[in-house]
Design a protein around this ligand. Structure first.
Ligand SMILES: Nc1ncnc2c1ncn2[C@@H]1O[C@H](COP(=O)(O)OP(=O)(O)OP(=O)(O)O)[C@@H](O)[C@H]1O
Length: 479
């Protein structure tokens, strides 16, 4: 038996390392870089590729911009990482809840589709380091770097892969992406009044959800069902030839949760919000440009429609008599309505538009015409049931018989109080009992002041009626 000592193994290792180093140096000196890359690529593809196979190359960019298939593949393949992988890339953007895990040092990723075996590879070429390597790093953004996926499969499946598998990858990635993406709030960038307005966005940081919303449970259910139906009905809208959009009018006193409901809808659907402030728009042309730059799957919000701008009527008659101003610089109600009904909604998909107002009665009837706003939602004062939602959220108390609740509910029935007012009281202490005691006192004070005001009005009108029913009705008038 041959006796091999540790030192002889070590010597052999040293000489082999020296030979490899010498070979590499000679290769680098004698063979130009680009030729090296070419040779390595050829050798690699020779070993990898079977002649009956075909390989699709999906580059990160197509020379003009991001290649959507590349981005989709990255997202899609993150779900296909097998347990034997040893190297991963992880990332997390602000407001994202999950950590994104992508493959790193990638040998190959196998997938199957309709019993077709597919092999994905991720390739990262970097000319900067004179090397070609399989790599998963994000790199430093150097333009000499090239990243792409290779997708290999049997030639005969080419049509099925191109027509069915790739679209599937795109769809899966789209839904995964929209689930994870933070909801954005776009508003008009302020600045030079002469410059064109543009949208600027921040992450919507509004924690409101349907669970935290203190509104009548039946109304909540109706709104959620309406949204669900809207989202599912792409084919329906197409069939009946209507733009895939839905309009909601939210009306009710300040502090009843109109803005909170909008945020809850956006969080529920994962739709971005475009907050359109009318007062900063001067012409139809600006409105058109801004609306056309909104994205699909979004909610366009126009708050306080009754007071944001003095809307001219459909014939262009301005309330302040705009006889002097040319029609070109006017922002007209017609311009807005045409866009809601026409061009804007039909050149995009999954559009929601929401108007809010504290005074529905002041709105131009053209806005309220049937078919324009699909659903009118009345946001009303607090009820016993919605009070319970607030206590669950603010005090973490869901027991309907908790000390003091009975009294609060009786007072709520007697006077009109907004969720915002009660929410404020419930935040005054960390101790629930103290909060409820404070709320009872607040509601009693409010009731007293309402009664006093009513008495004053009665005296002023010389109204001596003792009719209790009338007094009760008067009590429901909000101060
Ligand atoms: N229905 C509600 N459910 C839960 N919280 C509410 C509700 N209504 C109001 N609030 C609380 O009051 C605050 C103000 O409410 P919000 O801005 O949504 O009311 P609004 O009706 O839009 O008022 P405005 O008409 O003045 O814009 C919210 O941040 C929220 O904390």
């Amino acid at each position: 038996m041959m006796n091999i000592s540790a030192s002889s193994v070590f010597q052999a290792y040293l000489s082999m390392t020296a030979s490899i180093t010498l070979f590499k140096t000679m290769l680098n000196q004698l063979v130009p870089q680009q030729l090296q890359v070419y040779i390595v690529t050829k050798i690699r593809s020779y070993f990898r590729q079977n002649s009956s196979d075909i390989t699709l190359v999906i580059e990160e960019t197509d020379g003009m911009g991001i290649n959507e298939i590349y981005t989709a593949a990255e997202i899609y393949l993150s779900t296909r990482i097998s347990p034997e992988f040893q190297r991963f890339r992880i990332s997390k953007r602000p407001k994202e809840t999950d950590v994104n895990v992508k493959f790193g040092n990638c040998g190959k990723i196998t997938d199957s589709f309709e019993e077709i075996e597919l092999v994905w590879r991720f390739v990262h070429e970097s000319n900067q380091k004179n090397s070609l390597r399989f790599h998963g790093g994000d790199g430093d953004g150097d333009s000499s770097e090239k990243r792409y996926f290779e997708l290999s499969f049997k030639k005969q499946h080419k049509e099925r892969i191109l027509n069915r598998y790739i679209p599937l990858v795109l769809t899966v990635a789209k839904s995964m992406h929209s689930e994870k993406k933070p909801v954005k709030l776009h508003s008009l960038a302020s600045g030079n009044i002469y410059a064109s307005k543009v949208w600027e966005s921040v992450n919507l940081d509004h924690p409101s959800t349907f669970e935290t919303l203190a509104i009548e449970p039946a109304l909540k259910k109706t709104i959620k069902e309406d949204l669900d139906r809207f989202i599912k009905r792409k084919e329906f809208y197409r069939r009946v030839g209507k733009a895939w959009k839905r309009g909601y009018l939210l009306y009710g006193p300040p502090g009843t949760g109109k803005s909170s409901l909008i945020a809850a809808m956006a969080n529920y659907l994962k739709f971005d919000i475009y907050d359109l402030e009318f007062s900063s728009i001067k012409r139809d042309a600006d409105l058109r440009r801004l609306l056309l730059s909104t994205k699909n799957r979004s909610i366009l919000v126009i708050e306080d429609i009754d007071c944001s701008v003095k809307l001219p009527d459909r014939n262009g008659n301005h309330p302040n008599n705009a006889a002097n101003s040319s029609k070109m610089d006017q922002f007209t109600l017609g311009g807005l309505l045409n866009f809601i009904d026409g061009l804007w909604s039909s050149c995009g998909d999954e559009r929601i538009i929401i108007f809010t107002t504290n005074h529905k009665e002041k709105l131009d009837p053209a806005l309220l015409r049937p078919g324009r706003m699909d659903m009118h939602i009345h946001m009303s004062y607090l009820t016993s049931e919605s009070f319970q939602v607030l206590t669950t959220n603010y005090l973490e108390i869901s027991d309907p018989n908790y000390k003091g609740f009975k009294e609060v509910k009786e007072l709520i029935q007697d006077i009109q109080i907004t969720p915002a007012e009660v929410a404020e009281q419930l935040m005054k202490s960390e101790d629930p009992e103290t909060c409820i005691e404070g709320l009872v006192k607040f509601l009693k004070r409010k009731r007293t002041s309402i009664n006093e005001e009513l008495e004053k009005q009665k005296d002023a009108n010389n109204n001596t009626t003792d009719d209790d029913t009338q007094l009760h009705e008067l009590k429901r008038i909000k101060l």
